[in-house]
Design a protein around this ligand. Structure first.
Ligand SMILES: Nc1ncnc2c1ncn2[C@@H]1O[C@H](COP(=O)(O)OP(=O)(O)O)[C@@H](O)[C@H]1O
Ligand SMILES: C[C@@](O)(CCOP(=O)(O)O)CC(=O)O
Ligand SMILES: [Mg+2]
Length: 432
């Protein structure tokens, strides 16, 4: 695909099984309509790689010839000329990248640049002319909705396109696609997992799987690293009324996953029992969600399971007073059942809204949440996975606006980005 082009990937909501997913237990998640967008344009100087990640106040550039290619390439495991992913980030490569990351003095910027360069050195090569990469997200960042994974999927897919590792996406939104095996999507999924490993050491892979494939899934990481994770797509995912509340309390997935790891070491039997309870819970929820008839009884059961799941996450130590406040408000106003979603410690909660609650009562509940400074989202679940937008697929009169890096970097908010770029705004988005 010629430059400029866009790629985009969705965020996700974990409905059941965050944290236990890291320990090989099944979890259920669905793609969100909120997404990350990455614009790739040629650099003015063909030796320069430019990053512009305004959401995290990062601009950085490298001369591509300063990357120690020879010392890195010798550690890349190639099979049939294709780079292979590994269980852990290759320490020798991370070490070599240290020399070009040395001037980054914030850990936030360091991890974002490490993720970029780790994928760049594996998927592209020194001959590729310098490009500019600008990422914007309509997702809140660090709030439990998988912004790290959607960023990793955008980077993995764009770099796989530039490095000729995948074929271009071909299906339009309106095409009827019979999804079968798809090597390109599996390639993007597995490399975005390496990107997630740069953001936090021990990701289960559920976030990048949903951001790559879209839809809704039951996901299970295998305890034996040699075995691939199991991703069961849930085609008849029931229409559930979901309220998303962002407490805006910042937190880091890496710290929270690390905290559960410590608990596991200190109280292995206790924490294993909690993780096992989560396993039963996800399995039970799955059986309920795939029933051909999904009525009031099923909705009630799912709400009960949401309450239990939140209690178990509290026991793992990953809630936060702000999340408990969301729970108190939604419980008191009898909106439905609430649990934290994602890593917790702040960030977002989901409420499975009781179908009997009136729109007026929902509005009243939202007003109370907003009074606390929280932000409520109405969003749809189960949307498209990673997609790309080529210059040729955008009407000629819009191209200079859509593909302008200056304009893209300057959009003030989610609404502006979606107005220009969303699948509703442009019909040319293609999927693998
Ligand atoms: N739009 C973005 N631009 C650059 N980096 C991003 C962007 N969105 C997410 N990230 C990276 O992902 C990290 C947040 O990931 P994480 O703590 O896992 O929270 P979550 O995935 O729930 O949003 C950020 O600190 C940043 O490194
Ligand atoms: C806590 C966990 O289950 C989900 C983390 O999601 P997020 O980064 O908070 O959106 C970790 C994982 O599955 O990799
Ligand atoms: Mg994340």
């Amino acid at each position: 695909m010629s430059t400029p082009f866009f790629v985009s990937a969705p965020g996700k909501v974990i409905i059941f099984g965050e944290h236990s997913a890291v320990y090989g237990k099944p979890a259920i998640a669905a793609a969100l309509s909120l997404r990350a967008y990455l614009l790739v344009t040629p650099s003015q100087d063909p030796d320069t790689i430019n990053l512009s990640f305004p959401d995290i106040n990062l601009t950085h550039s490298w001369n591509k010839n300063d990357i120690p290619w020879d010392s890195i390439v010798k550690h890349i495991n190639l099979v049939d000329n294709l780079p292979q992913t590994s269980e852990e980030l290759v320490p020798e490569i991370v070490d070599q990248l240290g020399s070009v990351l040395a001037d980054l003095n914030s850990s936030l910027h360091y991890t974002a640049c490490l993720c970029f360069l780790y994928l760049y050195t594996h998927l592209c090569n020194q001959e590729l002319a310098g490009m500019s990469f600008c990422i914007r997200s309509t997702l809140p960042i660090g709030a439990g909705l998988g912004s790290s994974a959607s960023t990793a999927v955008c980077l993995a897919s764009a770099l796989a396109i530039l490095g000729n590792r995948v074929t271009s996406a071909s299906f339009l939104q309106t095409d009827k696609i019979l999804k079968k095996e798809n090597n390109d999507l599996d390639f993007i999924d597995s490399w975005s997992l390496m990107g997630e490993k740069c953001f936090h050491g021990n990701p289960s892979g559920i976030d990048n799987a949903v951001a790559t494939h879209g839809g809704a899934v039951m996901f299970q990481r295998m305890n034996n690293p040699a075995q691939p994770s199991v991703r069961t797509s849930m085609r008849n995912f029931p229409a559930i009324k979901l309220l998303l509340t962002n407490t805006k309390v910042p937190r880091s997935t890496a710290d929270l996953v690390g905290g559960v790891g410590k608990l596991n070491v200190e109280y292995p039997k206790t924490s294993n029992s909690i993780l096992e309870a989560m396993e039963h819970l996800s399995n039970t929820a799955y059986q309920i969600m795939v029933r051909p008839f999904f009525g009031a009884e099923e909705r009630k059961k799912l709400r009960e399971l949401v309450n239990i799941n939140h209690g178990l996450l509290v026991a793992l130590g990953v809630s936060h007073p702000s999340l408990e406040k969301v729970k108190i408000i939604t419980d008191t106003s009898k909106l439905g059942s609430t649990k934290l979603t994602g890593a917790g410690g702040g960030g977002c909660a989901i409420t499975l809204v009781d179908e009997d609650v009136s729109e007026a009562d929902i509005a009243q509940g939202i007003a109370e949440l907003e009074k606390e400074g929280y932000e409520c989202f109405e969003t749809s679940l189960g949307g498209k996975g990673v997609g790309s937008l080529s210059f040729e697929d955008v009407p000629q009169e819009l191209r200079s606006t859509v593909f302008s890096p200056e304009k893209f970097c300057a959009y003030s908010d989610r609404i502006e980005i979606e107005k220009v770029l969303s699948t509703n705004a442009l019909e040319g988005w293609r999927y693998w």
